[in-house]
Ligand binder design. Structure first.
Ligand SMILES: [Mg+2]
Length: 158
């Protein structure tokens, strides 16, 4: 007996609120994603969530490496830790915003306890933020917003 689950998976992934991880999510919202996070445990966690959603990702651990990555490839989305060594997420964002590239959707990753960080993230040119500890539903929501942002910008510049 052959059971097709494709439609069912699509229905599930269209509702990020339920937090279910399915790799058809990346088919619905195709994005090239860079993860910038210095904490190994957090790196692995976010990679795991994104891979389960069907994304291929690259990971770096500081802001300098973010800038170097953009020389090689223009990512649609950066999941950017605010606090990193060498160059933090704010400074990396500031530099990227001055680059003549197709601007990525930057999602800040902030610690829950640092409530002032969230306002600062938006003020400093990030588009969105998710709080640590990570919720898959929050990440899916931000990626959906990122996809809308990227596709609308592309449409406007055509
Ligand atoms: Mg950090």
């Amino acid at each position: 007996m052959i059971l097709s689950t494709t439609n069912k998976n699509l229905l599930i992934s269209e509702n990020p609120q339920d937090g279910k991880l399915t790799n058809s999510f990346a088919d619905l919202y195709p994005l090239s994603i860079l993860i910038a996070e210095d904490n190994i445990v957090n790196q692995k966690l976010i990679e795991r969530i994104l891979h389960k959603l069907g994304y291929q990702t690259d990971t770096v651990s500081d802001g300098i490496q973010v800038l170097k990555s953009f020389v090689k490839k223009e990512y649609n989305v950066i999941l950017m830790d605010v606090r990193m060594p060498e160059m933090d997420g704010f400074e990396a964002t500031h530099t990227i915003r001055q680059m003549e590239i197709t601007q990525p959707y930057i999602i800040a990753m902030t610690a829950n306890t640092m409530s002032g960080d969230k306002t600062e993230c938006i003020q400093k040119g990030m588009n969105d933020y998710v709080s640590k500890p990570f919720s898959a539903a929050a990440i899916m929501n931000s990626l959906k917003n990122g996809y809308t942002y990227i596709t609308q910008k592309k449409y406007n510049s055509d």
